[in-house]
Design a protein around this ligand. Structure first.
Ligand code: HEM
Length: 199
């Protein structure tokens, strides 16, 4: 069930439109830019997501396709952000992606890379909490070489790969799973952090 008349990245945009809307709403419902406490929980979800994807960002086969892939990972920035805010480094949460196929991995990376576009809006709000791309909100900062440029290069690579029908399904599956996973991590971050706080 693959539509050959549109680019692969356009199809990914379409099939993740609803999950993106839902996640956007879930993020906003927690008002992460109203208090540092709420922001820290959001950051903790971002950190865990990036940390889980580190194995993909550093995978030799994927680096063969996307040479600057390791530099694109934001696990270190998110960790530095947590340290800036003296927030705890969260323990891993069961259910991280393990051993996806190449195409599935690219679906996950599509979501992680795409989230840098939304980050352009988020970092502007972070300023109200005295956060910036050098303190506390490094992981939302502009990537070296520019957001739009980095995204376009990534998309061009994804769109030009020769995939069979099974791989088309796998990349779709990976992208949808990535949104589901971020949602799990978000819910976890808000649930556990509120328990840890004094009443
Ligand atoms: C973990 C994954 C993601 C998260 C948590 C996320 C979160 C968000 C949030 C909260 C906003 C709203 C920003 C605002 O209005 O202040 C947003 C906007 C945006 N996101 Fe995402 N996003 C993710 C993935 C993606 C992906 C995969 C793409 C592209 C394919 C994308 C593209 C955009 C764009 C272009 C905007 C700007 C305005 C809009 O069109 O709604 N995001 N994102």
């Amino acid at each position: 069930m693959t539509d050959n008349s549109i680019r692969r990245s356009q199809r990914l945009n379409q099939i993740t439109h609803a999950p993106h809307e839902q996640l956007d709403e879930a993020v906003k419902a927690n008002a992460p830019f109203e208090t540092l406490a709420s922001y820290s929980r959001f950051l903790s979800a971002q950190y865990l997501f990036q940390e889980e994807l580190k194995t993909l960002y550093t995978h030799p086969q994927l680096i063969e396709l996307i040479a600057d892939l390791p530099d694109r990972c934001r696990a270190e920035q998110a960790k530095a952000d947590l340290l800036d805010l003296q927030a705890a480094i969260p323990d891993p949460v069961a259910g991280a992606v393990i051993g996806p196929s190449l195409a599935e991995a690219l679906g996950w990376l599509f979501v992680s890379e795409g989230s840098k576009l939304g980050a352009a809006f988020l970092i502007k709000r972070a300023v109200a909490l005295n956060l910036s791309e050098t303190f506390g909100a490094r992981h939302l900062g502009e990537p070296a070489g520019g957001r739009a440029e980095g995204w376009k290069r990534f998309i061009r690579i994804i769109d030009d790969l020769p995939f069979n029908a099974e791989q088309e399904r796998e990349i779709d599956r990976g992208a949808v799973a990535a949104f589901e996973r971020f949602n799990v991590l978000l819910q976890h971050a808000y649930a556990t952090a509120s328990e840890a706080e004094p009443a």
